[in-house]
Design a protein around this ligand. Structure first.
Ligand SMILES: Cc1cc2nc3c(=O)[nH]c(=O)nc-3n(C[C@H](O)[C@H](O)[C@H](O)COP(=O)(O)O)c2cc1C
Length: 194
């Protein structure tokens, strides 16, 4: 189900506050994925877009997270904004974005990161740093004087939440928690105990 305007504006409000309070990486979120057989893994990724379909981040499709999301298209993510004393938690489904959207974002990355996306076989064993830097050199030579295209093994995923929880730190651990849950075509809002 599409996110409501209320949820998007609440997220933007929390995000703005985190930035104003000096949060260094407000787009960083801890993404948890599963292989569907009980193994859960987590890591940091950066939020690159948000619209009514959900929260978009980019990664290598050969990575552990991507293989897990392809096998089990459900994920959770947590933003911790310590500077503003806030947290946002998402739980939902994941899907790859359209190739055009991935191309559009890839073309905005700096050239070094574009080359890096080709050079890194993310999450696979690497014999040495020299091997990686050698690959970087090879890719730079290959695309010298022309645009670096998006590798087909690098794309975006959209996490479409079924629940979104906004948490705000309060005195004596009497924190505020508001949970939005998608139910029968509506978003229900519920206050939770801290
Ligand atoms: C602040 C920060 C931001 C990161 N952003 C991304 C990202 O947007 N996409 C990505 O694939 N990895 C990102 N990483 C690296 C991942 O945390 C992780 O090491 C990598 O994606 C491999 O994860 P996996 O083996 O679990 O798939 C970031 C790491 C940090 C510390």
């Amino acid at each position: 189900m599409h996110l409501s305007d209320e949820i998007i504006s609440e997220f933007n409000r929390f995000f703005k506050r985190a930035r104003e309070c000096g949060e260094q990486e407000p787009t960083a979120m801890i993404l948890a994925t599963s292989d569907g057989a009980g193994l859960v893994t987590s890591r940091t990724v950066l939020l690159k877009a948000l619209d009514e379909t959900g929260f978009v981040f980019f990664t290598n499709t050969h990575s552990i997270k991507a293989r897990q999301m392809d096998a089990c298209p459900r994920a959770a993510a947590t933003f911790l904004w310590k500077a503003s004393g806030c947290q946002v938690q998402l739980v939902g489904t994941v899907a790859r974005v359209a190739d055009e959207a991935a191309d559009a974002y890839f073309s905005t990355r700096d050239r070094g990161s574009q080359v890096g996306a080709w050079a890194s076989d993310q999450s696979a064993p690497l014999a040495s740093r020299e091997v990686l830097l050698e690959r970087v050199k090879h890719i730079e030579q290959k695309y010298e004087g022309r645009e670096v295209p998006r590798p087909s093994h690098w794309t975006g995923y959209v996490l479409s939440p079924e629940t979104v929880e906004f948490w705000t730190q309060r005195e004596y651990r009497l924190h505020d928690r508001f949970l939005y849950r998608a139910q029968d075509g509506n978003w229900n809002k519920q206050r939770l105990n801290p």
